[in-house]
Design a protein around this ligand. Structure first.
Ligand SMILES: Cc1ncc(COP(=O)(O)O)c(C=O)c1O
Length: 409
């Protein structure tokens, strides 16, 4: 039957889209960080936006991946992860954090820590649940909350030290709190949470019977004697903690997409079910290579941290010389900066300064960065900040230096 014969007005394209698309998906935009990488490519800019190394991964780890494929590790691994990798994660966690976990019941391998976080949230969140999120936050946590159905309660980390206000944090917890999301060492601020801070958070988690989901993906990238303490290690937190981690940053293989969640057995059962139906499993040969990567000697991690110390110093110098106010990170590989010192109200109006400034940098100066607003719930809170990453080769940093010098001019 022709639609005009029904007497019902045909739907317009916009109506169809509105009726068919998910209301959840409409609540967030595409990732600003990943969009900046696309803009960097489009404008031929030096990419200091997205946190992926532009240098080679360790030869031994690449060789292990090649060998895994030659050895025909080409079919699905067990859905919650290949045993050699789960065993290696348990061994490394005990070696570095002194905590023994059972690889049979407490570890789930996922497609990157991104999926480990999403699966964990979907595994524990019920309608009406709230999560506490420190901000600025790694931008995935916003959509993670929306997709899992949690209501976020944001608590500010304030520069220059990115400390939180204890009263503000305590007030964010309540009877509906299901979890707090922690990220230490922190992206984008470079904050490394101290034992005292973790214990304060512990007291709140225990009081309100909440989980702490702790993203520890930068655990080995530390400066100035900072120590990474896993929340799982804090007295009384073992049963409350879901540790999220992965290979991306520690082994410079962000494209391999291998991550994991370490959680108490009941939570793990739930995480494994969500994970199974979301992705079935991470790439089997790369899980196998992961098992050998995690057995790297301590010297590997020392060298990694030492190389990032140099890169941090280099970028701090470049940015200071170019006129940015810099916040020196104690961990991870980002530098948050304040751009209030570039006043040009016509070109960079205060409310959207970060976005306008980032656009100007990528299009006219030739350096891609991430606008601060993408790390905040209320865009205005990040309008005077942009984030740079320094997980790049010296040539890349030198090219950025030459281009940013034009800013000054
Ligand atoms: C804090 C944080 N968590 C998770 C990720 C993503 O990790 P993966 O590559 O394991 O999904 C990133 C990437 O930048 C990150 O900064």
């Amino acid at each position: 039957m022709n639609p005009s014969q029904t007497g019902v007005a045909p739907l317009q394209a916009g109506d169809i889209a509105r009726r068919m698309l998910s209301a959840k998906a409409e609540q967030f935009t595409e990732s600003v960080i990943r969009e900046m990488t696309r803009l960097a490519l489009k404008h031929g800019a030096v990419n200091l936006s997205q946190g992926f190394p532009d240098f080679a991964a360790p030869a031994e780890i690449k060789e292990a991946a090649r060998k895994a494929i030659s050895d025909d590790i080409n079919q699905y691994a067990i859905t919650w992860g290949a045993k050699p990798l789960r065993d290696a994660i348990a061994e490394k966690f005990e070696r570095t954090q002194g905590l023994r976990v059972d690889p049979e019941t407490e570890i789930t391998i996922c497609c990157g820590s991104t999926e480990a976080m999403m699966s964990s949230m979907m595994a524990i969140i019920n309608p009406g649940d709230e999560i506490v999120v420190f901000e600025p936050f790694y931008e995935n946590y916003g959509p993670d909350a929306i997709l899992s159905g949690a209501t976020p309660r944001f608590v500010k980390l304030r520069p220059p030290d990115w400390n939180y206000d204890e009263r503000e944090l305590a007030a964010a917890f309540g009877p509906h709190t299901k979890a707090i999301i922690l990220n230490t060492p922190n992206n984008p601020t470079g904050k490394v949470f101290t034992r005292a801070e973790l214990e304060f958070i512990r007291d709140l988690c225990v009081r309100w019977n909440a989980f702490c989901i702790t993203d520890e993906i930068y655990e080995h990238i530390l400066y100035d004697g900072a120590e990474h303490i896993s929340m799982a290690r804090i007295d009384g937190m073992r049963e409350h903690t879901i540790v999220i981690n992965g290979m991306s940053k520690t082994y410079s293989v962000t494209g391999w997409r291998v991550g994991w969640a370490i959680a108490p057995p009941e939570a793990t059962q739930s995480i494994r079910k969500v994970h199974d139906f979301l992705t079935v499993g991470a790439a089997a040969p790369l899980q196998q290579a992961g098992a050998s990567a995690l057995h790297s000697p301590q010297s590997y991690y020392d060298k990694l941290a030492a190389s990032y110390v140099e890169k941090r110093e280099r970028l701090l110098k470049i940015l200071s010389a170019a006129g940015f106010t810099v916040f020196k990170p104690r961990g991870a590989y980002y530098i948050m900066t304040d751009i209030s010192c570039f006043p040009d109200p016509a070109r960079f109006p205060a409310e959207t300064r970060d976005v306008r400034f980032a656009k100007y940098l990528v299009e006219e100066i030739g350096v891609a960065v991430v606008p601060g607003s993408s790390f905040y719930n209320d865009a205005r809170d990040g309008a005077s900040q942009v984030r740079f990453t320094f997980c790049k080769r010296e040539e890349t940093l030198a090219a950025a230096e030459a281009r940013l010098a034009r800013l000054h001019a």
